[in-house]
Ligand binder design. Structure first.
Ligand SMILES: CCCCCCCC/C=C\CCCCCCCC(=O)SCCNC(=O)CCNC(=O)[C@H](O)C(C)(C)COP(=O)(O)OP(=O)(O)OC[C@H]1O[C@@H](n2cnc3c(N)ncnc32)[C@H](O)[C@@H]1OP(=O)(O)O
Ligand SMILES: CCCCCCCCCCCCCC(=O)OC[C@@H](O)COP(=O)(O)O
Length: 247
């Protein structure tokens, strides 16, 4: 019951705050633009206090690259939206599943924030959207945030990465910046109806350059990111024995 109440409250908070924030976005910025993310971020950053969540962030300076970049991070739950807004740099849009667009006021606010919607069931159309993004991110100087696991995963480990984010980075010749959130398993587990207060460690890792890489290098780049992020995930989650990183 406690779990249902807290998750229900989270949904209501998202729906109500989206409904209230959307007109503000429209009045201030006039329509769909990444500038709305600043407003959305300000609102969402207050959510953590309702749930007793604390974020400990390291490495924010790694976002300070010249120009666009692809940011990749692990995706554990719908709560990730709070962790996202906690560190989101200015001028950064997210890639999301197109179903989000139909989620009422939440769909409206994601649309206004500039979220790029892809159809996960059609690789061809998703690839076309992403190729377009590779062109416009340079012109518009935006960063793009992708969850390369492609779906939520709350097991405390990473799912294999999909390659779209890394194709995008290579096509645009921009760096990949990995961001890792420690595992939620100690305070959040929908299967066990667990959702208590808790601390999340976040680490922004140094950018990985892609200058000179071609589509032949995408698999290697994907593996490299996956390995670094998995080691970091285990280290941040207090399972250092399972990662190779001992620092
Ligand atoms: C004020 C209050 C507010 C409160 C409310 C809150 C609102 C807050 C507002 C805003 C927050 C927004 C938060 C958004 C959060 C969203 C989270 C999600 O929705 S996560 C799901 C969607 N995300 C993805 O799926 C990742 C991206 N996915 C990919 O990149 C995939 O790679 C994809 C879809 C492009 C294809 O997926 P495949 O399942 O087919 O798998 P593959 O292995 O990657 O690709 C198949 C083949 O195609 C090639 N390929 C992929 N992309 C390519 C490309 N661009 N060019 C060429 N080849 C490509 C690959 O190399 C592979 O080929 P070979 O196996 O290597 O031979
Ligand atoms: C009318 C319906 C209203 C629904 C309100 C939903 C409020 C929650 C807002 C959280 C937005 C965060 C987006 C997110 O984290 O989505 C997760 C999915 O992308 C992952 O895909 P999958 O379903 O796990 O495959």
């Amino acid at each position: 019951v406690n779990f249902a109440l807290r998750i229900g409250f989270y949904y209501v908070l998202c729906i109500v705050c989206s409904g209230l924030t959307a007109p503000v976005c429209l009045l201030v910025n006039g329509g769909r633009t990444v500038k709305n993310m600043r407003i959305i971020k300000t609102v969402v950053k207050s959510f953590k206090y309702f749930f007793g969540l604390r974020f400990e962030v390291k490495g924010l300076e790694n976002f300070e690259v010249e120009g666009p970049a692809i940011i990749v991070s692990n995706h554990q739950s719908i709560l990730d939206m709070m962790g996202l807004m906690e560190v989101l740099p200015d001028g950064c849009v997210q890639v999301g599943k197109k179903e989000l667009m139909y989620a009422g006021t939440v769909g409206l606010i994601t649309y206004l924030g500039g979220v790029i919607f892809i159809n996960r069931k059609s690789t061809t159309s998703a690839k076309m959207v992403m190729a377009e993004v590779a062109k416009t991110m340079i012109a518009d100087n935006v960063k793009v945030w992708v969850y390369p696991e492609g779906t939520r995963n709350c097991t405390g480990d990473l799912l294999p990465f999909k390659k779209g984010a890394f194709h995008l980075a290579v096509q645009a010749q921009v760096p990949v910046i990995p961001v890792v959130y420690s595992s939620f398993t100690t305070f959040y587990n929908p299967k066990k109806n667990l959702f208590t207060s808790g601390k999340i460690k976040v680490e922004v890792l140094p950018p990985i350059e892609t200058k000179g890489l071609t589509s032949d290098n995408v698999s290697d780049l994907t593996d490299r990111c996956y390995n670094i992020m998995r080691e970091t995930l285990f280290r941040l989650s207090g399972r250092p024995g399972e990662g190779k990183d001992s620092s």
